[in-house]
Design a protein around this ligand. Structure first.
Ligand code: SF4
Length: 470
């Protein structure tokens, strides 16, 4: 425990709080009791990462807050750095992260010049120098769209300006399209030890309908080749629930991954962005409808079963590793709210209790760097108990949490506080309480984000609004 006042609540008080909740809150926190938790535990499924809302900083004070953080040393804990490459060669139909068309040559060179300048601006600060970085992630967008020269000079600049731990995980995210040999070797020479490739599906028809260019066969060949170099962890993403992707196609996708003997895989649920191109196409019926929640639940269950039969190590609810080469460090640090220093237009990161989001307009990003500023567009101060929420979210992402230990560390009787929810969730089959651990069942795993968000929001309703101190 961190020497704080211990917060306790008795069950009677909790029941009173619970019965006084609005019907809307009750439906958000408590699962439906319909005997089918996998398909219908809640009315809506949350797809984004769970978390607590913070308070936006006055734009005038953001620069001062940032400078103050960088003048200190920060926590001595594992850190990550994130570099965003906000360009794509095509706009995939389902994607909510597309920002700018990729233009080789001058524009690409300019962006890499600026992101290196942004790195140089902070390289000598006490914060950056005080502790090693354990994960570096080049994400996007499409980092693999950059030329081999630009990939290499960016990676070299990162090695020069950030104190990287000896075993730092350095990931380049990309796609097979235009990921030529010269780029692959530039990455390896630049210190990359992990490729994360967005495959989504190996089925050519499904791929083409989503705007992915390469055929499934070409993707397979390319992955086999890069994997045969045996230089890096090879990790891919697969998505379930895409239009035209039947259960049979999905099972073939997961089985193909296993046949390829790569190092790791993420099995992601399709996230349909509101007012996005996929939602629009489905509404206009120019494309087959994506899978509904029931079908997605079945696809999740089937993916989990195939991975179980292959005896792969489960590193989180959606991520598996085959070899010890796959460590998944960046995602683990990011999901549990550890320091993540953002670089590049549209990058986001967390430092010392603040979330920072950088300018997503390229002209604004360039202008701010020319003015010698960190190009932050928005910042949120995280709520008081954010460390607790992040740790809770990190544990839930692993499919279990130890509320007693977590509570002892942060000064709350979490098992008591969450008792009404835990009791009901266990009854409907979303969790099992086992030797102090709250373990998610298969249905609980599918609804994990809802469960975690419900815990965070319930905590706010019960504790933050009406604190009860001993
Ligand atoms: S899925 Fe990747 S490559 Fe496709 S638009 Fe989105 S960020 Fe770009």
């Amino acid at each position: 425990m961190k020497g704080r006042t211990k917060h306790k609540m008795n069950i009677g008080t909790l029941n009173r709080h619970t019965s006084e909740m609005t019907p809307q809150d009750q439906r958000r926190f408590f699962a439906n009791e319909n005997g089918d938790p996998l398909h219908a535990a809640f009315d809506k499924k949350s797809a984004v990462h769970p978390g607590a809302r913070g308070w936006p900083l006055d734009p005038e004070s953001i620069g001062e807050v940032w400078s103050k953080i960088l003048a200190g040393e920060g926590k001595k804990e594992k850190r990550a750095a994130y570099f965003h490459i906000p360009f794509c060669e095509t706009h995939c139909l389902y994607c909510g992260f597309y920002l700018n068309p990729f233009k080789a040559g001058e524009e690409e060179n300019r962006y890499v010049d600026y992101i290196i300048r942004e790195l140089e601006m902070v390289a000598e600060t006490p914060f950056i120098k005080s502790h090693p970085f354990h994960a570096v992630y080049l994400g996007g967008g499409t980092p693999s769209a950059l030329s081999h020269e630009n990939l290499f000079r960016l990676l070299k600049a990162i090695q020069k300006h950030l104190p990287l731990a000896n075993d730092c995980e350095i990931t380049v995210e990309g796609r097979v399209y235009h990921f030529s040999d010269d780029k692959v070797f530039a990455c390896i020479e630049g210190g990359v030890n992990r490729f994360s490739i967005g495959v989504q599906s190996f089925d050519t028809h499904v791929r083409r309908k989503m705007g992915r260019i390469e055929t499934g066969e070409k993707v397979v060949k390319r992955l086999e080749y890069i994997n045969s170099l045996d230089q890096t962890a090879m990790v891919i993403d697969l998505i379930y629930g895409l239009p035209y992707q039947t259960m049979e196609i999905w099972e073939k996708d997961v089985t193909k991954y296993i046949e390829l003997r790569l190092d790791g895989v993420d099995l992601y649920q399709l996230n349909i962005f509101k007012k996005g191109r996929l939602e629009e196409a489905a509404r206009k019926k120019t494309i087959a409808p994506p899978a509904d929640i029931r079908m997605q639940a079945d696809m999740f269950a089937s993916g989990v079963e195939i991975m179980k039969r292959a005896r792969y190590r489960r590193l989180s609810i959606s991520h598996w590793g085959r070899t010890t080469r796959e460590r998944n460090i960046y995602n683990t640090l990011a999901l549990s709210g550890k320091v993540c220093v953002p670089f590049g237009s549209s990058a986001g990161g967390w430092l010392d209790g603040y979330f920072f989001f950088q300018d997503n307009r390229l002209d604004g990003y360039y202008r701010r760097i020319d003015e010698g500023d960190k190009p932050i567009a928005m910042s949120m101060k995280q709520p008081e108990n954010n460390d607790l929420f992040k740790e809770l979210a990190g544990q839930m992402e692993l499919g279990r949490c130890h509320l007693k230990e977590l509570g002892e560390h942060y000064g709350f009787e979490l098992e008591e506080i969450f008792f009404p929810l835990l009791e009901q969730w266990e009854k409907v089959g979303l969790i099992k309480i086992n030797e102090g651990w709250t373990e998610l069942t298969l249905a609980g795993e599918f609804w994990q984000v809802n469960l975690c968000q419900a815990l965070i929001d319930y905590f706010a309703v019960v504790i933050e609004l009406q604190p009860v101190n001993n």
